[in-house]
Ligand binder design. Sequence first.
Ligand code: FE
Ligand code: FE
Ligand code: MG
Length: 162
Amino acid sequence: MGTVGAQIAGSGAKEIIDMMNKALADEWLAYYQYWVGALVAKGPMRPNVQEELKEHANDELKHAGMLAERIIQLGGTPIINPAEWTKKSNCGYDEPKDPHVLKLLAQNIKGEQCAINIYNNMLKKIMVEKDPVTFHLIRKILEDEIEHEQDLQDLEEDIKMK
Ligand code: FE
Ligand code: FE
Ligand code: MG
């Protein structure tokens, strides 16, 4: 932990760390939901869906890494027990019981929409706490989630046109 680097986040750092740990739980669950979804997917345009789900899984894992590194910079500890993921998560885990591509897409779209709202709300709070580094990081993640939602909805639209 860099002392001055952590200090500039100010008194709100604790709250920011807690928010980021909840988001970290979301990202790990999103990662697994995409990862396992890509493996079980069946139905129209299967290869396209699998490719997109795998790509998003990798992005979510990247997001988890970005959050964890920033949590440490601020003097916090990233969640160290996976049992905490479902307890701390905002958006939860949607078990892909039905492997049909349209069901998987619908579940993951719902997850992205939840993530977009969570990160958007985080930006509003971080603005008040004046932590520009975390703000920038969360904004970058939000941009990715917006792209994810669009990619999935485009796929859904194309599949339904068949
Ligand atoms: Fe993400
Ligand atoms: Fe995403
Ligand atoms: Mg994509």
